[in-house]
Design a protein around this ligand. Structure first.
Ligand SMILES: Cc1cc2nc3c(=O)[nH]c(=O)nc-3n(C[C@H](O)[C@H](O)[C@H](O)COP(=O)(O)O)c2cc1C
Length: 175
């Protein structure tokens, strides 16, 4: 049986989308072709045999469209065991990574019927110029408090590559 792989991600300022693209590229390196789409663009999971989900954390929560996706595709998701990656910490502190994992687990706890094959937290990207609405409004403040916070991108592309290969090894027997 050949694997039909779907990568579905939520993103607000693009960094999770770029990680999803990188995962798709790594899968291609080892001969696996994945459909890549934002969660709102995935019409159906019928026929999907392997699913990779990606979402960022904002104030401890996943974006609304990610929650919508989980609810909307519940019947298909109940039988799939998705791999999930979460973007969050923008400082390389282990406490931040632990906190992000806790936040992600709390979010997934709303979906007791969903059984993840794995949950991986990656560092994210913080850039005041790419802030999503409504946080972007802060830029209009006369003394923008966020302007002093230096931009950070701690996405670890090597760790992302390694994780993608681990997933590929698990998907490949079905391909
Ligand atoms: C306003 C705001 C709130 C955030 N809240 C959290 C949070 O609660 N936990 C966390 O781990 N990361 C948090 N982050 C970091 C984001 O998850 C990180 O920047 C991520 O890369 C954004 O993904 P995106 O570019 O795909 O939207 C926050 C970032 C912003 C700008």
């Amino acid at each position: 049986m050949s694997a039909s792989i779907q990568i579905a991600y939520a993103t607000r300022s693009g960094s999770t989308a770029e990680v999803a693209e990188s995962i798709a590229a790594t899968l291609r390196e080892v001969g696996l072709w994945a459909d890549l789409a934002a969660v709102g663009k995935v019409e159906s999971l019928q026929g999907t045999t392997a699913l990779i989900l990606g979402a960022p954390l904002y104030m401890g929560k996943f974006p609304r469209d990610f929650h919508w996706f989980l609810g909307h595709h519940r019947s298909a998701l109940t039988h799939l065991h998705p791999f999930c990656f979460v973007l969050g910490p923008t400082r390389p502190e282990s406490a931040d990574f632990e906190e992000a994992r806790k936040q992600a687990e709390q979010e997934f706890a709303h979906y007791q019927w969903l059984h993840l094959a794995g949950l991986q937290v990656f560092g994210g990207r913080w850039d005041v110029n790419l802030l999503p609405f409504p946080f972007s409004l802060a830029r209009r403040l006369p003394f923008n408090p966020l302007a002093k916070v230096p931009g950070e991108d701690i996405r670890d592309w090597s760790a992302i590559h390694d994780w993608s290969l681990t997933i590929a090894a698990q998907i490949k027997p079905a391909a």
